[in-house]
Design a binder for this molecule. Sequence first.
Ligand code: G3I
Ligand code: 9MR
Length: 593
Amino acid sequence: MHQPAHPSGIRRPPHRLRTLAGCAALLLAGSGGAAAAPAAPAAPAAIKVNQVGFLPSAQKLAVVPNGAQARFSVVDAATGKPVFDGSLGAAATWDASNERVRVADFSTLRAPGSYRIRVAGLPDSAPFSIKPGVYRALDVAALRSFTLNRSGIALTPAVAGPYARPLAHPDTEVLVHPSAASARRPAGTAISSPKGWYDAGDYNKYIVNSGITTYTLLAAYEHFPAWFDKLALDLPESGNGLPDILNEALWNLEWMATMQDPDDGGVYHKLTNKAFDGMVMPEQATAPRYVVQKTTAAALDFAAVMAVASRVLAPYDSQQPGRSARYLAAAESAWRWAEANPKVLYRQPADILTGEYGDKSVGDEFAWAATELLIGTGKDVYRARALASKTADGTEPGWADVGLLGVVSLAQPGVRLPQGVDAGPARKQLLAVADKLVARWRASPYRVSMGRTDFVWGSSSVILNRAMMLVAAYRVDPRPDYLNAAQSALDYALGRNGPGMSFVTGFGTRTPLHPHHRPSEADRIAAPMPGMLVGGPNPGQQDRKGCPEASYPSALPALSYLDHACSYASNEIAINWTAPLVYVAAALESLQR
Ligand code: G3I
Ligand code: 9MR
């Protein structure tokens, strides 16, 4: 049998090929209509374009290698007939990839259809659609990837299709690690801490990363309720009177609530094995689990998210009696613990080897939690620490930089603020962030906000978190370029990037086949679970030693990406990376036609 070459030159293990045939139907059953197992072309893309497509009214750009041609056309994908002609922009070099490129702008093409970009002398681009609802299946799959990555649940075929699996990680007997011991809960005490999502390619659960992730899903609902009210996810809870995105967020909120020590309000930093598992299915990963060290960052991220959850769930008190009030009380008690323990940073114990999510500065966590608690309670104690602007710098939030999340909450139109709380400064700050991003986007040869130094571990999420800032700014002040720059960020994630790949599993024609994701590697299903965002280019290449079987194709920041399961530094998936994809796809659907 012919073995298709992979975009990175790596051959796929044979068991994947054997299972390819039956996979398309199964995938459709299980993933809400995601693309079938992709047949990856051998040659790297020359013309780079969003491989899913565009809403009719959106700005539409592609990137073309500089050459002899000055013109491009858009052709019907089925017939090859040209439907649009345009001239390419001026050539410029993107130093992140060392490519000299020109931009093709076909924004005025609005007729629904399936198309490719054509430039004489180059292979046609990947196909893409222009149509209303173009990101619906993507948003459904992205959200459902959270469901498929739930811990402590048996996933039935009705819910999970081909990804059905037995109960794993019930986490009803988790041991208190010595680093987390207290008088009432000495080391070795068993506590129950079920549910939650697996963090990423590994099966552990981390409060800090749950913080920004859960916030992002809650904010997506808070900002775009009409979109999500109609987005059915076929969850076990569907039909219970809550929008499905909130049902999914609740799965993790319920876990987070168990991570708080009821005796003192402190919050354990993580729930984990001692060491990372092998590439096995969740039900095969049965090592003992521990809760490890209470930290200030965990308490504050917990406080912020619980305060947001309290406000978002308040209208659902008849379906979830008392939950909103309980979450606000939990948030306040975590805050009090943090005030009494303001500098407890995470220190990895010698016998624990899993992810750290260690953060050396917690000023931004204090500001975020104070802001959400101020919105929720109006109490003076939170006023002083809310939104100290020094603690919300930078152009995008991240798991260790959460200050801007508070800025977004406070700046949002429609959020009910207590008397005397002024959204003005937050709005000003948000617009300043968006202006900075628009300036970078406009000056970029690729028309993306990413420069050489932005390609860190999880770079795909950097640009999508920036898109979340741009969208939030657009809701305050609807300047078209805020939305255009956000569209470009999604275009980047879906193909207008250095490797010319969609970084979302199952979406686009060139898309990751081997994410560092244990179930996707171990399940013997050809395609990885759909809807997950991989970390993307990362010249740090921190996995080089662990990856002897393959090597990165390039050291250039934007090209330092390896579609191999060993590459946890460029090809892992993570909940905090997929979450802004959920937000941005929903935003572009809601704000464009
Ligand atoms: O803080 C420095 C910054 O000063 C410097 O400019 C920059 C240059 O690269 O590096 C920054 O540190 C990076 C840090 O993330 C903060 O962004 C480190 O190099 C980088 O190695 C570190 O990567 C983190 C990685 O874990 C390793 O700790 C990722 O952000 C984080 O997403 C990732 O998270 C893992 C979990 O631990 C375990 N589960 C999977 C998950 C995803 O890979
Ligand atoms: O699988 C782990 C991944 O989730 C983490 O992000 C990464 C960095 O902490 O580590 C991975 O585990 C690797 C370990 O660090 C080194 N040995 C190989 C492991 C991959 O299977």
